[in-house]
Design a protein around this ligand. Structure first.
Ligand code: GLU
Length: 533
């Protein structure tokens, strides 16, 4: 179902609240990854939607690094995020590298801010200190099925609500580790207004008293840091993956506890990315199983040394990946498929985002890539092709730019991924070393060498190598002599290309020129073994 985010009728049972979607407030969005590994393709989609929304509304796009979980920190992950977003053209206005008026943009550098906010909640009686050790928590869980640290159990635990004040002070002074928990009042309906999903209501009794801060590393947990930063950074819309939806009621309660309800951002939880086949959420294993990357760039795991493939290295163009991802959860309202970043910015709207999960049909990404390759000129493609030539030991400087561009122009229609340009165009840059076995068997007859000698003579005397003219003369010669058209033309092709496929034969010979065409036919006569009589 398509829902209009601008229809306040969706929410009219609410007390009046500023409708941020009508631009009363400057649009400020953030992409807030945790540097716990390579950015997953689902994270890229989240970043992209934030970017499209920001650009469309003349807003700001923030990149905030949420690195408060020190146990899960992975070196290199932050650089990877920056490089991936850069490759895709997802621009950042404020962030660790870009700077900005709301910094620092890395949570581990904001400890003082979080400490102060934890203190605010404690002073207001909205949070409390808990000393329970892991063993004690384990025991509590074992003693009661579905144990939850909440209003029904907290007085039986060791915390500042159950212990006398002097005891609390003593424990802290003696250096005992503690956490700060959020005091959740039970029995309240908590409403989350999501611009895609509408109103989601849950009862606060199902929430536990979430840990907001740990003295052990003097760091807040995700929930506190996320809310405090969204508030201080004046974020207007929180656009993130569906997996964060269950946290949203808690976040609403935190805004309330701080007294920030009036400036609470609008929530937008994007639909899940689903497996290309079967049921459930897209996972890395699906990529391994079906052979597609789940990461934008190749990732070298610093611990295991494992390498995971990336869209860039596999030969996708960033425009194709962006276009593909944009349509996983959003549609433009008609059947337009090919859209540049600028067009996506113009057409994007939350109204056309769906609630239902989006199937990760990776074959479609290949199709997009094919379309973008097709739309590029040979000269543009040469920029991607030259490194591929070098990797195959061919020096691009040995050929003119015009030659390379014309060759790519001829083969681009047969290509999905960039490395396939080499498979299709390699013969333009070196005479075949080998000739396809099955084509030899089919097309290289006992009389072929003699016929090819005659063909050389015809080509030698062609008034022009221009495709049309050459074709007319050569086909005329074949017909006039009653030769077998298929055999002659395929032997010609086998000699020049090395196999019986490729672009139009006379386009090839025009580009290669008379000398090279003749040289290759000679080579083939010398090299292709005569069939046994
Ligand atoms: N740090 C969270 C993540 O890794 C952020 C979720 C959010 O956008 O609130 O995705």
């Amino acid at each position: 179902m398509v829902r209009s985010a601008r229809l306040s009728a969706n929410f009219n049972s609410q007390p009046p609240k500023p409708d941020f979607t009508t631009m009363e407030r400057k649009v400020r969005v953030r992409f807030a990854p945790s540097p716990t590994g390579p950015l997953h393709i689902g994270g890229v989609r989240t970043a992209l939607y934030n970017y499209l929304f920001a650009r469309q509304n003349g807003g700001d796009m923030i990149l905030r690094i949420e690195d408060t979980d020190s146990n899960r920190f992975v070196p290199g992950a932050e650089d990877y995020i920056n490089e991936a977003l850069g490759w895709l053209g997802i621009g950042i206005d404020e962030g660790v590298r870009e700077g900005g008026a709301y910094g620092p943009y890395k949570q581990s550098e904001r400890r003082g801010i979080y400490r102060e906010h934890v203190r605010m909640l404690l002073d207001a009686g909205k949070a409390y200190i808990a000393f329970d050790t892991p063993e004690e928590l384990e025991k509590a869980r074992a003693s009661k099925p579905n144990f939850q640290y909440d209003a029904s159990t907290r007085l039986g635990m060791r915390n500042s609500l159950s212990l006398p004040a002097e005891e609390v002070k003593r424990l802290i002074d003696e250096g005992h580790q503690y956490v700060v928990r959020f005091l959740i009042e039970p029995g309240r309906d908590v409403e989350v207004n999501d611009l895609i999903r509408g109103k989601v209501t849950i009862n606060s009794s199902i929430l536990d008293d979430k840990v907001l801060y740990k003295s052990a590393d003097d760091l807040p947990t995700y929930h506190l840091a996320n809310i405090v930063d969204d508030h201080l950074m004046e974020v207007s819309h929180v656009i993130r993956g569906e997996e964060w939806l269950p946290s949203a009621p808690l976040h609403v309660l935190l805004y309330e506890a701080f007294g920030w309800t009036d400036t609470m951002p609008a929530f937008v939880h994007l639909p899940l990315l689903l497996k290309p086949d079967g049921k459930g959420k897209l996972s890395k294993r699906d990529g391994d199983r079906l052979g597609f990357p789940v990461f934008p760039l190749e990732w070298h795991d610093p611990k295991s040394g494992d390498i995971s493939s990336g869209y860039r290295e596999t030969g996708y163009l960033p425009q194709a990946v962006v276009n593909f991802l944009a349509l996983l959860g959003w549609n433009p309202g008609d059947d337009t498929e090919i859209m540049s970043m600028d067009e996506l910015i113009r057409r994007f709207s939350l109204d056309h985002c769906s609630k239902a999960g989006a199937r990760f049909a990776f074959e479609k990404c290949k199709w997009f890539n094919h379309e973008y390759v097709m739309a590029m000129s040979g000269t543009e493609l040469a920029g991607y092709f030259k490194p591929i030539m070098l990797a195959h030991g061919v020096n691009p400087a040995d050929f003119s730019d015009e030659y390379i561009a014309a060759a790519l122009e001829m083969v681009k229609g047969r290509v999905n991924l960039l490395p396939e340009l080499w498979d299709q165009a390699r013969f333009f840059f070196a005479a075949p070393e080998e000739y396809a076995e099955k084509d030899i068997r089919k097309r290289w007859k006992a009389e072929t060498p003699a016929l090819m000698e005659k063909l050389i003579e015809i080509i030698q005397n062609l008034p022009s190598m221009a495709s049309k003219e050459a074709e007319e003369v050569v086909l005329g010669w074949i017909t006039d002599n009653g030769y077998h058209m298929g055999n002659v033309m395929n032997a010609f092709r086998l000699a020049v290309v090395g196999e019986c496929k490729g672009p139009h034969m006379f386009d090839i010979s025009e580009l290669m020129g008379r000398d090279e065409t003749i040289r290759r036919i000679r080579l083939a006569i010398d090299r292709i073994p005569q069939p046994a009589e």
